[in-house]
Design a protein around this ligand. Structure first.
Ligand code: AP5
Length: 213
């Protein structure tokens, strides 16, 4: 049966990093609600403006708006796919159950576990390429040349608007309050695998790839 692989982890745990590897190496599409919301930045509509404002503060976009974009985006995937950053609330988890049933897919949740103090460093040090989305970190995974992508030397790396100290604190608190409780739900239904996210990216990937097979 095709799978919906749900990556759960606090901001900075490495969900995007691992989802991108699954897409590149296994061809399993990465569907990131955060990326889809960031893409709305270019739209000049009240909803797009509201979404950018919520994201910058570190709070969550409403369950209904989020579900609509997930439903629309996943509709074109006939095989397995990875959800990076969805679900994040009990309501979203229940909406996803219904969607999985409708699409005839099984949900497999993977928790990437990283302690809170490590996450601050990862988020404030994160940079990304505006052309290909490649992720760097000025502390743990710097680009070969300062401030530019290894693959696109003309592209100056981006620093996300919500990767500042105040928003990071709100995002981590929001994760603890709304998303961490979902881990018990997936564990209780026998669908959770926990991985230690403090190791090397490749070691974590090997473990996650095993579950995605
Ligand atoms: P989103 O974009 O999903 O952000 P997030 O959950 O805060 O997660 P991040 O992207 O910050 O971290 P990540 O776990 O992907 O880590 P990464 O791989 O980049 O959401 C942004 C906002 O959108 C939310 O705050 C909310 O407003 C809204 N939103 C999104 N989804 C929503 C939903 N479902 N409902 C409502 N609102 C929603 O890695 C981080 C850094 O660490 C990188 O620099 C990387 O190189 C480095 N790194 C990764 N792995 C390792 C490792 N093993 N060792 C050392 N460094 C590592």
């Amino acid at each position: 049966m095709n799978k919906i692989i749900v990556l759960i982890g606090a901001p900075g745990a490495g969900k995007g990093t691992q989802a991108r590897l699954l897409e590149e190496r296994r061809g399993i599409p990465q569907i990131s609600t955060g990326d889809m919301f960031r893409e709305m930045k270019t739209l000049d509509t009240p909803l797009a403006k509201e979404v950018q404002h919520i994201m910058a503060s570190g709070m969550l976009v409403s369950d209904d708006v989020t579900f609509r974009i997930v439903q629309e985006r996943t509709a074109r995937e006939k095989g397995s796919y990875v959800l990076d950053g969805y679900p994040r609330t009990a309501v979203q988890a229940s909406q996803l159950e219904a969607l999985a049933k409708e699409q005839g897919k099984e949900i497999r949740a993977i928790e990437i576990d990283v302690p809170r103090d490590e996450l601050f460093k990862r988020l404030t040090g994160r940079r990304s390429c505006p052309v290909c989305g490649e992720l760097y970190n000025i502390y743990s995974r710097p680009p070969k040349n300062d401030g530019v992508c290894d693959l696109h030397p003309d592209a100056k790396l981006d620093h996300r608007a919500d990767d500042n100290e105040e928003s990071v604190k709100t995002r981590l608190d929001t994760y603890e309050a709304n998303t961490a409780p979902l881990l018990k739900y997936y564990e209780g239904t026998g669908r959770l695998q926990k991985v230690d996210g403090t190791r090397e990216i490749e070691q974590i990937y090997k473990e996650i790839e095993g579950s995605a097979a």
